[in-house]
Design a protein around this ligand. Structure first.
Ligand SMILES: [Zn+2]
Ligand SMILES: [Zn+2]
Length: 254
């Protein structure tokens, strides 16, 4: 069994993703015996092959929410993974609004390449073999239903805090002591009326939730200018949690 997370991309926000100042292909999680692809944004297919990862090896596809920086390559990846629906893959997990009838981010013909599609929401547990995928607190994120996610088995847990504006409820809406916790930390400090987490929000969450290891990712231009590395170092000092700044292609074992 192996537990590792590879960053296919680390960009966040319109400018960084859609000018490709950083890559944006989401994350490849190896968890227990399974490969889980999370948030395949623009370029995910290319980044996978670049890293020697094969879409056909993915067991679980997860979209945290429907925004294009998290889903743009899901169709290309499913086409590859299912050999154009001829070899069905087990499962896709996403919020219901990602597959809205007339506005689905997954093309209808490719949905037929999946044995099951499960809609995640707050409090829902989806079982897959010996692991469970839990929908956590609903985020405030304009234009897309978005939920925190926990993936766990008997021995390890991985928690993903996707995009959203910070609110106090998040301090109770996430489990304590995760083995690895990833935060989409777009800014260094909160930006009014923009629904994204900042490093000062993440500091509050780390102090309360104390994961064994944390990674910040999904960076805006503002964050890149401030240096994610420095921001991560400061967070580590302030919280006593090991905090890593993600880089394109970075692989972290946990
Ligand atoms: Zn979003
Ligand atoms: Zn985003």
């Amino acid at each position: 069994m192996s537990y590792s997370l590879t960053f296919l991309g680390t960009g966040g926000g319109r400018v960084v993703v859609f000018r490709q100042l950083r890559h944006s292909g989401g994350m490849w999680l190896s968890f227990d015996r399974f490969n889980i692809l999370i948030d395949p944004g623009p370029g995910a297919l290319i980044r996978m092959f670049e890293r020697g990862l094969d879409p056909r090896d993915v067991d679980i596809f997860i979209l945290s929410h429907r925004h294009l920086d998290h889903t743009a390559d899901i169709n290309a990846v499913l086409e590859s993974a299912t050999e154009s629906t001829k070899k069905k893959k087990d499962i896709l997990i996403c919020p219901k609004d990602a597959l809205k009838d007339c506005d689905s981010v997954v093309l209808p013909y490719l949905q037929k390449g999946l044995k099951s599609i499960e809609f995640i929401h707050e409090g829902k547990t989806i079982k897959y073999k010996n692991i469970s995928i839990n929908g956590l607190i609903k985020h405030i994120h304009k234009g897309a239903d978005t939920y925190g996610l926990e993936i766990k088995n008997d021995s390890k847990s991985f928690v993903y805090v996707p995009c959203g504006r910070f609110f106090e409820g998040m301090l109770d809406g996430y489990p304590k002591g995760a083995d690895l916790m990833v935060f989409n930390t777009t800014f260094t400090r909160p930006v009014p009326n923009v629904d994204h987490l900042s490093a000062s929000d993440v500091r509050k969450m780390l102090l309360k939730l104390k994961p064994k290891k944390a990674i910040i990712t999904h960076f805006s231009v503002q964050m890149l200018k401030a240096s994610p590395q420095k921001v991560a170092e400061n967070l580590s000092k302030e919280t006593n949690v090991e905090v890593i700044a993600s880089k394109d292609g970075l692989k972290v074992e946990f």
